[in-house]
Design a protein around this ligand. Structure first.
Ligand SMILES: *[C@@H]1O[C@H](CO)[C@@H](O)[C@H](O)[C@H]1NC(C)=O
Ligand SMILES: *[C@@H]1O[C@H](CO)[C@@H](O)[C@H](O)[C@H]1NC(C)=O
Ligand SMILES: *[C@@H]1O[C@H](CO)[C@@H](O)[C@H](O)[C@H]1NC(C)=O
Ligand SMILES: *[C@@H]1O[C@H](CO)[C@@H](O)[C@H](O)[C@H]1NC(C)=O
Length: 557
C-alpha cells in the first residue's frame, strides 16, 4: 500500500524526525536538544565531508542505529500527529486518480499502528553545498488500521480495509536550504526513490470484494498509480520547517518529449470475431490530464496510428515513457493487450530515436514468454535549457531556427511573420517541403523462388496523401541495387509517414517481402541522411535509402 506508505513513511521520517521532535511540545526538551544537536552534527558532518571525520563504514550504521532508536520512540507521536495530515493531503490526491467506476474514495479510519518502519540502510549522497541529500532504505511490516470508504457509481457504499502491508523501498530526503537557525535547514523534501516491494490486501469489511467485479483492480490500480506519480522521484513532497518560500524546491519541467506513435505489429488478438481494435495510452506521469490516448483502429493486429503526442519531462535520469495498448471493447472495459516502457535516459537530446518495444503483460515483472506484439515509436527529447537543440514540434522555437534554414529560399518561401507568431499563443505548425527519396539498394532479402532468388521491387507510399511511386523490377537477385530517386511534395512533414514496401514480382502478381515505416522528422532536422532500414517481416533484410528534405514553407494554423 505504498501510496499511503509513501505518505506514512515520508511523514514518519520527515515529520517524525523533524516536526515530531522539534515542534512536538510533549516531548521533553532534553530530547529535543539531543535531536537538534544530532541534526546539527549531521549537517556539519555532511557539509564538511563526513568521510574525513568518520570512516565510511562507520557513519552510516551510526546514523542508522540512531534513527531506528529514535523513530521507535517517537512513533506514537508521529502516528498521532501525522494521521490527520496524511488524511488531509492524501484524500485530494486519491480524488485525482480515482477511477471512473468509483464515485468517491475517502478514509474512514487511519492510524499507523504500533510498529514503526525500520531503516535498513542510509546513504548520504554527494550534493550541492547548500543541501543534504540522504537516501534511506526502509522496511515496514506495519499493523496500521486503514479503512477506505468507497462509493460506487451505482450508489453502493463499502468499507474497504487495507491489510497485510509489506513495503520495502528507498526514500530520498533533501534537507534544504541549510541554515544557522535551529533545526539547521529550511525545508525537507521527501520522495520515493525506488519501490522494491509492495504488498497489501484489500478486504471488504463484512463482505466479499469479488462480489463487485472490477472494484478491487480499480482500487489497486488507483493506489499504484498514485504512488507511481505523487511521490515517486522526481516528484517530491515539501515540508517547510522554517518560514520561507520554498517553491523553488518543487519539481520542474526540464524539457519536452515528442513522441510519435507510429504502428504496432503482431498484437495478440483479443476478439473472438474479427481482430482486436487497438488503441494506446501513453504517459510519463499517470495523471489523467497528462495521459494521452490514441485513436482506436478497428479490426487490426498491425495498426498504423501515425499520431503525435507531447509530454513534459521533469527528470530524464529517472523518468520513463510508459505505453499501454488496449483492445477497445466498446461499452465494456478495455482489455489490456500489453505494455512497455522506455527510460528517458536512453535518449540523446535533440536526436530522433526510432524504437520497437516488445509488449509485456506486467511492467513490474518484464519477463514474458508470450508474444503480445511490438510497438513502434519515434522519440525526440528536447531540453529547454540547450540552445542548439531545437524542437521542430515547438512553433516558437522552430520559427527562428527554421527561418535560418530557410534564408536561402528566396521567393514563395518562409513565412516572415515569425516574431509575431512566436509571440502568439502556441499553435500547430505545418512544415511543407519536398522529400527526395533515393532507393539505393537492399540486402538479405528472403528467397522466393526455387532457385533461391527473387525479383524485387520497392513501392514508396506517403501515408497521408497516398502518393505512390515504385522502382523497376530487378530479376534474380537478393541484393538488388536500384539507385532510383523519387520526389514527393509533402504538405505536412511533421505528421507524414513514408512507407517502404519491398515486393517480389511474380508472373501472377506480387508477394510482399518486407516493410519499413519512417517518419520525416530526422530528414527535417538533418536535411539529408543515408541509412539502412530493417525490413519488418524479414529475418535480416534491409533497405538502404538516401533521404533529402527541402523546406518550402512553414504555415501556422
Ligand atoms: C476484419 O478485417 C478482415 C480483413 O482483415 C475482414 O475480412 C473482416 O470482415 C473484418 N471484420 C470486421 C468485423 O470488420
Ligand atoms: C512518381 O509517381 C508520379 C505519379 O504517380 C509520376 O508522375 C512520377 O513520374 C513518378 N516518378 C518517378 C521518378 O517515377
Ligand atoms: C526480368 O524477367 C522477365 C521475365 O521473368 C523479363 O520479361 C524481363 O525482361 C526481365 N527484366 C530484366 C531487366 O532482365
Ligand atoms: C547512383 O547514381 C548516382 C548518379 O545518379 C551515382 O553517382 C552513384 O554512384 C550510384 N550509386 C550506386 C550505388 O550505383
Amino acid at each position: 500500500m505504498g501510496f499511503f506508505l509513501g505518505y506514512i513513511l515520508g511523514f514518519a521520517v520527515a515529520f517524525g524526525l523533524i516536526v515530531g521532535f522539534a515542534k512536538y511540545q510533549n516531548i521533553r526538551s532534553k530530547k529535543r536538544i539531543d535531536l537538534a544537536a544530532a541534526i546539527a552534527a549531521l549537517a556539519r558532518i555532511t557539509v564538511q565531508d563526513s568521510r574525513k571525520l568518520l570512516p565510511d563504514k562507520f557513519y552510516p550504521s551510526w546514523i542508522l542505529n540512531w534513527l531506528n532508536q529514535h523513530l521507535d520512540k517517537i512513533w506514537p507521536y508521529v502516528d498521532q500527529a501525522a494521521s490527520q495530515v496524511i488524511r488531509d493531503s492524501v484524500e485530494p490526491i486519491l480524488e485525482q486518480y480515482r477511477p471512473a467506476i468509483l464515485a468517491s474514495l475517502k478514509f474512514s479510519t487511519l492510524t499507523l499502528g504500533t510498529v514503526a518502519p525500520q531503516f535498513t540502510g542510509v546513504a548520504i549522497l554527494e550534493s550541492e553545498p547548500n543541501e543534504i541529500v540522504m537516501e534511506m532504505d526502509m522496511q515496514w511490516d506495519g499493523n496500521p488500521d486503514i479503512v477506505l470508504e468507497i462509493k460506487t457509481r451505482v450508489g453502493v457504499a463499502l468499507p474497504i480495509q487495507v491489510k497485510n502491508i509489506g513495503f520495502t523501498g528507498v526514500f530520498r530526503l533533501i534537507f534544504k536550504p541549510l541554515a544557522d537557525e535551529f533545526p539547521c535547514f529550511g525545508a525537507v523534501c521527501f520522495s520515493l526513490r525506488e519501490k522494491r516491494n509492495l504488498d497489501f490486501t484489500l478486504k471488504v469489511i463484512g463482505g466479499d470484494l469479488s462480489s463487485i467485479p472490477g472494484i478491487s483492480d480499480a482500487i489497486e490500480g488507483t493506489i499504484r498509480d498514485a504512488i507511481e506519480d505523487s511521490i515517486t522521484w522526481p516528484v517530491r513532497k515539501i515540508i517547510p520547517i522554517l518560514p520561507g518560500d520554498y517553491s523553488y524546491l518543487e519539481v520542474k519541467s526540464v524539457g519536452m518529449l515528442e513522441v510519435k506513435l507510429i504502428e504496432a505489429k503482431e498484437l495478440t488478438n483479443k476478439d473472438l470475431i474479427g481482430k482486436s481494435d487497438p488503441f494506446a495510452k501513453l504517459c510519463i506521469r499517470p495523471l489523467p490530464d497528462r495521459t494521452k490516448h490514441s485513436k482506436t483502429i478497428d479490426n487490426q493486429t498491425s495498426p498504423i496510428w501515425n499520431e503525435h503526442f507531447e509530454f513534459e519531462v521533469e527528470d530524464t535520469s529517472t523518468q520513463h515513457l510508459t505505453i499501454k495498448i488496449f483492445d477497445d471493447e466498446g461499452v465494456q472495459a478495455a482489455e489490456l493487450i500489453g505494455c512497455a516502457l522506455i527510460p528517458l535516459r536512453n535518449l540523446e537530446a535533440g536526436k530522433v530515436k526510432d524504437v520497437w518495444l516488445k509488449l509485456v503483460k506486467d511492467l513490474d515483472i518484464q519477463r514474458d514468454n508470450k508474444n503480445r506484439g511490438q510497438v513502434h515509436l519515434e522519440l525526440l527529447y528536447c531540453p529547454f535549457s540547450t540552445e542548439n537543440v531545437w524542437n521542430p514540434f515547438d512553433p516558437d522555437f522552430r520559427l527562428t531556427s527554421l527561418e535560418k534554414a530557410l534564408k536561402h529560399l528566396t521567393e514563395d518561401g518562409a513565412d516572415s511573420s515569425g516574431k509575431e507568431a512566436a509571440a502568439a499563443k502556441k499553435k500547430d505548425i505545418i512544415v511543407r517541403g519536398v522529400l527526395s527519396v533515393t532507393v539505393v539498394s537492399a540486402e538479405g532479402l528472403p528467397a522466393t523462388d526455387l532457385m533461391g532468388k527473387s525479383d524485387p521491387f520497392v513501392v514508396l507510399t506517403m501515408k497521408k496523401t497516398e502518393h505512390k511511386n515504385k522502382t523497376r523490377v530487378l530479376n534474380d537477385t537478393l541484393n538488388p541495387v536500384w539507385n532510383q530517386t523519387f520526389d514527393f511534395v509533402v504538405e505536412d512533414g511533421l505528421h507524414e509517414l513514408l512507407m517502404v514496401d519491398v515486393y517480389d514480382h511474380d508472373t501472377f502478381g506480387k508477394d510482399k517481402m518486407g516493410r519499413c515505416i519512417l517518419t520525416l522528422t530526422r530528414a527535417i532536422l538533418d536535411g539529408e541522411l543515408t541509412d539502412d532500414f530493417h525490413l519488418d517481416g524479414t529475418e535480416s533484410g534491409k533497405v538502404k535509402l538516401h533521404i533529402k528534405w527541402t523546406s518550402r514553407s512553414i504555415i501556422k494554423e
